[in-house]
Design a protein around this ligand. Sequence first.
Ligand code: SF4
Length: 355
Amino acid sequence: MHETPSDGLITTKEELEHHLSLTEEELAFDYHTTQVLPLRIPSNFLDLIDTNNPQDPIRRQVVPTSAELFSHPQEDLDPLAEVSHSVTQRLIHRYQSRVAFLTTDICPIHCRHCFRRRFTGTFQGPATDEQIEEASAYVAEHPEVKEILFTGGDVLTLSDARLKQMIAAFRSKRKDLVIRLCTRMPASYPMRITKALITMLGEFSTAPFYLMTQFNHPRELTEQAIKAVSLFVNAGIPAMNQTVLLKGVNDSVDVLETLCNQLVFNRIKPYYLFQGDLVSGTSHFRVPLQTGLALEQELRRRLSGLAMPLYAIDLPEGGGKVPLNQGYLTEQSGCGVWTFRTVEGELRSYPDPEV
Ligand code: SF4
């Protein structure tokens, strides 16, 4: 049974050099620092890299560069103020109807753009029994919480037995609690997703699960990744994808169009396209907002409503998510007539009903 990729896991510069000829910027990363997310690439993901292209979009997501060692003055390790919104050691309550539970800090892969690098890969390990008990007791006392995000780290690095125990702790107190499994495992290590896992989830059918994936580039949608997601969807667990808009990875309308269409074709709803957060050491990944808005506008013209993700920004200092678009409502006249711009740039009027 594969739970985490212990074989073929690349964690040192020397191992990486066996596979790739490193660029100057990649060599200049401090591979021994404990201040920055350590190197961690499963070999199956490494195999997706085009070794002849130093700017390969898969490579950019996992091979660190010296750019990560510098932080912009406005960047922060916790730009979404998760620490100040934590109500127990591992539970974040930022929005009224949902909470995020940090199930573990462990991931099979370390994405260089990770927004939770204050926690990911910090060797804290899976949530303890006490932390689970404390968080589930909080949720039991807060009926306004309708959904919980099992996040981290990557929740699917937990063994089936540990995950079962965690789900049981929450669902025994709140049978109606919707659980979102937030995981990059289908992209990073799809072998982890087994029939046994899906069967175990099926034992908790009093409320739905949702699978929240992160595919950032069409090449991540491998045959194995698609099969892994299918196991969930075939079992009645809907799949939703959150893409991070990343410079040099997917800041191209053609790449995003292909990604979104392939996601829909494989029964994964493109849910969010996230503007990069102001996380320390990630400025080289951020796309200017004006570029992001132009991409959103062109995607809206090309994609169906089903294939169109919501472009959104998580505002600094815990301001929460807000949608981003150019704005299609241009004016409201005094006589109750609204003027809109179409996606092709033409104007149309819409009168309010007379009251
Ligand atoms: S899988 Fe998610 S939590 Fe883990 S490093 Fe990547 S973005 Fe961060």
